[in-house]
Design a binder for this molecule. Structure first.
Ligand SMILES: NC(=O)c1ccc[n+]([C@@H]2O[C@H](COP(=O)([O-])OP(=O)(O)OC[C@H]3O[C@@H](n4cnc5c(N)ncnc54)[C@H](O)[C@@H]3O)[C@@H](O)[C@H]2O)c1
Length: 435
């Protein structure tokens, strides 16, 4: 099939490369000149495991071309929308990018096309887009919600191994056409109406966020009663009704999806007259985790003013350079506000962090350099290189009281304690080790 994919971000680029490698003829439309020129040089403009290879293969087979605007793309059977849907300060989802693309498609198409919405849009959006834009097009444009569930850092793997393919279509005759897009991917295909498909994506992300905030609440209680959240989470997660995933206590969730999707769903609930109190609590707990990190450091250091603090990890999770809504970014701002000096290191995200953080942060080229003369360090992203860091050497780089705040509960406690470091975890019981 001829497919146009609009937006070459994490979702759009993976989708375009995946579809081209599956034999479809794909045109990618990307309006950011920097991203586009990077792609034209055959390079992926962000870090994503396995995507370079997929891109080279697709370009090599002549199945992938580029355009800066929709009007520059050849006619297609399917136009897939994968542009950003960020949050507005109110929590409402900013649909301007989506609306611009859908209005553009409605204005320019001269032959019938299927519009597949990959961007995460609030329930009810599809109906509004159809009424406001698509119904006014000169030729029929049918609309499908096809939410994407891939995870950054594992996006290529997830593209080929999705847990399910959700097809939200009020017109059942288009389902086969969407299925054909994914003909070589083995996964349950679930057909439903558009609003339910839109809701499925929000419900999935809100539930995962709920698990994270839930275990962070348990971690907090563990600290108060002298329990260890690692034991608790491991044992609780063995119950198959609960499962082990997303039960890692830490600095909370970040990234381009959970924060905006939880606030977006909360906003939609309020607009529909429903107070989603559970979700409000999830969001509040997540914000508190960042303040908690600063509070713990202040308590361990006797205040933050004039303290040297190293932050290891800026990306919202390992395997990506994405710093959108990353806990480290908020924590650094809090530390700077309180008068601390911050030295930061991340193996993939420093270029992106520089763009959003105040200029007084010092960036180093290794983790150990960030620790030079640090009173404390925060491990904010569980990159493997921090877990296996030479903590003996680290302790010599630091100055007393040598506090390590393990914001992801990922470090080897015994080793750190043996090196004379003061270990502070999230919900950990540090004294008792033998079980
Ligand atoms: N990132 C994820 O892990 C993930 C996972 C599942 C779903 N999603 C959803 O997918 C959507 C895209 O997310 P992303 O992370 O890929 O976003 P992104 O911000 O990385 O990429 C979006 C791209 O669209 C481009 N764009 C915007 N308007 C355009 C236009 N009119 N024409 C051409 N290009 C345009 C932007 O320049 C940008 O490169 C969002 O709705 C997001 O919630 C993201």
């Amino acid at each position: 099939m001829r497919v146009t994919v609009v937006g070459a971000g994490y979702v759009g680029l993976v989708a375009a490369c995946g579809l081209a490698n599956s034999g479809h003829q794909v045109t990618r439309v990307e309006k950011d000149p920097a991203r586009l020129s990077c792609l034209r040089e055959g390079k992926v403009p962000f870090r994503e495991e396995g995507l370079d290879e997929l891109l080279h293969k697709a370009v090599g087979m002549g199945r992938l071309s580029f355009a800066a605007e929709l009007t520059g793309a050849p006619p297609a059977d399917i136009t897939m929308v994968a542009v950003g849907t960020p949050s507005l300060p109110s929590g409402k989802v900013d649909l301007s990018q989506v609306q611009e693309v859908v209005a553009g498609v409605a204005a320019m198409v001269t032959e019938p096309v299927l519009l597949v919405m990959k961007s995460t849009v609030p329930p009810g959006t599809g109906a509004k887009l159809q009424e406001r834009f698509l119904s006014k097009a000169r030729v029929p444009i049918r609309y499908v919600s096809n939410p994407e569930f891939l995870r950054e850092g594992r996006a290529v793997y997830d593209w080929y191994h999705p847990d399910r393919i959700v097809i939200g279509a009020d017109d059942p005759t288009v389902v086969e056409q969407v299925k054909a897009l994914y003909a070589d991917i083995e996964a349950p295909v679930i057909h439903m109406d558009v609003a339910s498909a839109e809701m499925t994506k929000y419900a999935a992300n809100a539930f995962l966020a709920t698990k994270i905030s839930f275990i962070n609440e348990i971690a907090h209680l563990c600290e108060l009663v002298g329990a260890d959240v690692l034991f608790v989470a491991n044992a609780v997660g063995l119950d198959p009704r609960i499962g082990p995933h997303f039960l890692q206590a830490g600095l909370g969730y970040g990234g381009s999806c959970f924060p905006k999707d939880t606030s977006g769903l909360d906003f939609i609930a309020s607009m529909n007259g429903h107070q989603f109190n559970l979700l409000k609590a999830v969001i509040e707990v997540n914000q508190r985790q960042r303040l908690e990190a600063a509070r713990k450091l202040a308590a361990a250091l006797g205040g933050l003013a004039d303290k040297e603090i190293a932050v290891l990890g800026l990306a919202f999770k390992p395997g990506t350079g994405d710093v959108r809504e990353a806990p480290a970014i908020d924590i650094i701002r809090l530390l700077l506000d309180e008068g601390a000096r911050v030295r930061a290191y991340d193996p993939a995200a420093m270029e992106y962090a520089r763009r959003v953080l105040p200029p007084d942060v010092t960036y180093t080229s290794t983790a150990l350099q960030a620790l030079d003369d640090a009173h404390a360090t925060v491990v904010a992203t569980e990159w493997p290189e921090f877990i296996t860091l030479d903590w003996e050497a680290a302790s010599h780089h630091m100055q007393p009281p040598r506090v390590v705040l393990d914001g992801r509960n990922c470090l080897p406690i015994e080793k750190l304690l043996a090196c004379g470091l003061v270990y502070v975890g999230i919900g950990r019981r540090v004294q008792v080790r033998e079980y």
